[in-house]
Write a protein that binds this ligand. Sequence first.
Ligand code: UD1
Ligand code: CA
Length: 455
Amino acid sequence: MSLEIVILAAGQGTRMRSALPKVLHPIAGNSMLGHVIHSARQLDPQRIHVVIGHGAEQVRERLAADDLNFVLQDKQLGTGHATAQAVPFITSDTVLILYGDVPLIEAETLQRLLKHVVPGQIGLLTVELSDPTGYGRIVRDGEGKVTAIVEHKDATQAQRAITEGNTGILAVPAAHLSDWMSRLSNNNVQGEYYLTDVIEMAVNDGLQVATEQPHDAMEVQGANDRKQLAELERHYQLRQALRLMAQGVTLRDPARFDVRGEVSVGRDVLIDINVILEGRVVIEDDVVIGPNCVIKDSTLRKGVVIKANSHLDGAVMGEGSDAGPFARLRPGTVLEARAHVGNFVELKNAYLGEGAKAGHLTYLGDAQIGARTNVGAGTITCNYDGVNKWKTVIGEDVFIGSNNSLVAPVTLGDGASTAAGSTINQNVDKSQLAVARSRQRNIDGWKRPVKIKKD
Ligand code: UD1
Ligand code: CA
């Protein structure tokens, strides 16, 4: 069987009240349409056709990829009309229709649906609803066979009592689809070309309609407004949380944990509340992440400890290293094993060798720091001269006194020391002590100013 997928994504989404096209609104940092495309790709289709209309240029720009064919639907004349725009491009024998604003659909559910597409049969995904208002209703005959879908607005009182709703998701043989599209009419209450009319046509052509249901009704829930968007977000996040817990992670509160990307985890990882993981995050065994941390595109090796309120982006933390509270590790930060970064320390493009320490109130940018070196409180690298960035290279077992300014480019040899309060703008050789501050003067008999009386 060769498969092509059509994703309908041309609708306006008025209720979002947004300049952003509806299908670009995010769930877990990825657009709704992005999620649908992700599930679609897992089915390994020949091609994915995305029908766009409202905000077409923005959608195309954001999601362009080799396997996507964007098809423009100039006027939104209905789901049938939208599907018809993609039909001329289809060369495979099976077509699956998805929706750009139904983001949580799972590939596994779609696989089950596709199994029903055999000669003489089509597959329809339906859902049992406690309140089916607004949905198309699945009409069945006395033997339980599907005979039609009636839109809510076109339904009789009796049909409105049906609780089996149309999800819109449908798998059909391509050969029939183009014929059915040519026979669609807009002779209905909404004056639209309904895709749902193909069900009745299929039955009249002697095909069976086989139905399948999702395991979880949220999979087929659309987002029409921001309230529904938030509901889908929470549902998605809970799904991520459950997955990680199943893999050996303790989450202090699964409802206060967000993943906006892809995370791989080891065992016995502990994650406290309000942690956000973004992009690609790798977490090895025994890692502990304190509350209120944001961790993006980073790797945390075995036994890493990150204390509260830390922010990581593009960092690699070596085995047993620790950071925080209130640490900021920016892109290009590498901590070797057991390196220590304390509170109010910012690192950017900085390498801390094994066991090196920067405990307090420090900025290290474009810096290489050797093993076991200690960087005193309040030290900063002056890496920027207003035009160019320069590098600071510090050897092993160096002792940088408190409140140093290291004016790059500058190099300090192994075992060097610097005095507290120094401004180091010349290289320091191996084992030398650099003192670069003005000498202290003590003045005898100093008279303090006295307060002037005002009347
Ligand atoms: C549709 C179904 C209904 C089903 C419901 C599930 C039809 C006629 N009805 O109704 O049976 O219960 O979905 O949510 O199919 N779109 C386009 N171009 C258009 C119109 C729509 O691309 O001209 C896209 C929209 O962007 C959206 C999807 O198709 O992603 C569904 O459109 P919508 O208007 O929400 O359909 P409903 O009336 O809700
Ligand atoms: Ca809808």
